[in-house]
Each structure stands twice: as C-alpha cells, then as structure tokens.
Unconditional design. Structure first.
Length: 260
C-alpha cells in the first residue's frame, strides 16, 4: 500500500492505494501555509484515526505539491508518520510523457501528474480540465507529448471576486440554479457560474480540436468537476481520482529511484 499526497492551494488530499490502483482511503485537510510540521502530523493522524487507517506499514509515499512552502514540511511529516522516505514529484522523475513546452521545468507538478494519468488511462489526444482553485486545461497528443496548458480563474475565485468587487452582488452558495436565465440576483450569479463554466469548457474543447485537427478525449477532474460536467454539451469523462491515479503511476515508474 502507498500513500499518495496532493498538496493543493486549497486542500491537501491523502489517498491510500494498493498495487492494483484501488483507493481504499481518501481524505482531505485544509491547506495551511502557516502550520508547523507537528501541526500537520496531528491533522493527518487525526484524519487517519477517524477512518481507522494506519500510517505505519505503508510501502511508500509519493507527494505532488503546488505549495513550495509546504513541500519539505509534508515530506518530513509523512516520513515520520510512515517510516518510509517519500518520493516528491519534480525534476528528474520518470513520467513516461514528453513535456513539449517552452520551459518544462516550470510546469506545475499537478499538471504533470494529471497528464500522466490521462496518458495511461485514456486514448489520446486528450484535454484534461482540472477544476480547482484555478481551472486548468492540459493538452496531451496521441504520442504522449504534453503540448501546453490553458489557465483560468477557478470557480471559487470567480465567485469571490464577484461578491467582493461588485457592491450589489452578495456572497452565494455554489449550486445549480432553477433557471438558466436567472429570475433574481442569486439565481443569476449561480447560473453564470454553472452554465458559464460549462459553456467555456465546451468552447475550449472545440477550439482545441480545431488547432489539433482531430477529436480529443475530454477529461474533467477537481473539486468542482461533478457540478459542472453534467451541464456541458460535449462528451466529457468525469474522473475525480485522476490525480491520485497519476501519483500511483509515477510511484511505480520511480519506485527504485528514491521512493519507499
């Protein structure tokens, strides 16, 4: 069994996976850049205890991080909790894909991990939409080359910006509205967030296909994917566990290279 850890801007996700890629446990804690190593360990230990999961006895740990301030802290904390040396996604790691961008070393580890999972799990070319703090779209061709990325404000950021920058717009709950054409302010904002993002994804898929001159497999993951994908008109695979799957693939590609 291995622990796969994703340090995101909003949440830190921990999954426990077996050799067959089956996820037996998955939980999350809020990302706190101010926490100490001891506070992190207490939070993880509490989370694992709630679900009766043991940290000891794990065969390995792999970590992806987009929060540099927490990377070493989490690596040290997971090492102490599990007794094994974690593998951190970064330069030098074997991915099985080719990064065909201008600056491969600057590509976010979460984008790499998503792309690895997409290349292994789905036919190419593929467009991977990750709906998290930011909404990203990673494009991978049929030869497993990572062609590039689109980065947009995430749904939560857009929602907060509307409420904070427009005096007459309230803070709202992110949920499906009763009507496409809103009948009141709250409903209008909800419609814009849900259907606006769904239409954006549909439109981007169309434009990506135009640039590649072929159809793509569209995959959506991230916290908001399940709420947006049902309102898209294009065929999109919703895979909430894509990043954990990518970490699983990377661990077994690199298990003799410092992990475990």
């Amino acid at each position: 069994m291995i622990f796969a850890v994703d340090i995101g801007n909003s949440n830190l996700v921990i999954g426990l996976m077996d050799e067959e890629k089956k996820i037996s446990f998955q939980g999350r804690i809020r990302t706190d850049r101010r926490c100490t190593k001891e506070e992190f360990m207490v939070a993880v230990r509490t989370l694992l205890d709630i679900y009766h999961v043991r940290a000891e006895g794990a065969d390995g740990v792999i970590i992806s991080s987009v929060v540099p301030d927490l990377t070493d802290l989490v690596r040290e904390g997971m090492a102490m909790l599990t007794g094994v040396k974690p593998l951190v996604v970064g330069q030098g790691i074997k991915t099985g894909i080719r990064i065909a961008t201008d600056h491969p070393a600057s590509l976010g580890s979460d984008l790499v991990v998503d792309a690895v999972a997409a290349a292994e799990e789905y036919p190419g070319p593929a467009a991977v939409f990750d709906l998290g703090t930011a909404t990203t779209c990673s494009v991978i061709d049929r030869k497993r080359a990572y062609l590039g990325t689109l980065i947009m404000p995430g749904i939560g950021i857009s929602q907060e910006a509307l409420s904070e920058r427009a005096a007459q717009l309230p803070h709202i709950r992110f949920e499906r509205p009763k009507h496409l054409i809103g009948k009141n302010t709250v409903e209008s904002m909800q419609s814009g967030l849900v259907y606006g993002n769904a239409a954006m994804i549909d439109g981007l898929i169309e434009r990506i296909e135009e640039e590649l001159h072929e159809k793509v497999t569209a995959i959506a993951t991230g916290g908001a994917a399940k709420r947006i994908v049902p309102h898209c008109r294009r065929e999109i695979v919703c895979d909430p566990d894509l990043l954990l799957k990518g970490l699983w693939y990377l661990y077994y590609k690199n298990r003799g290279n410092g992990g475990g």
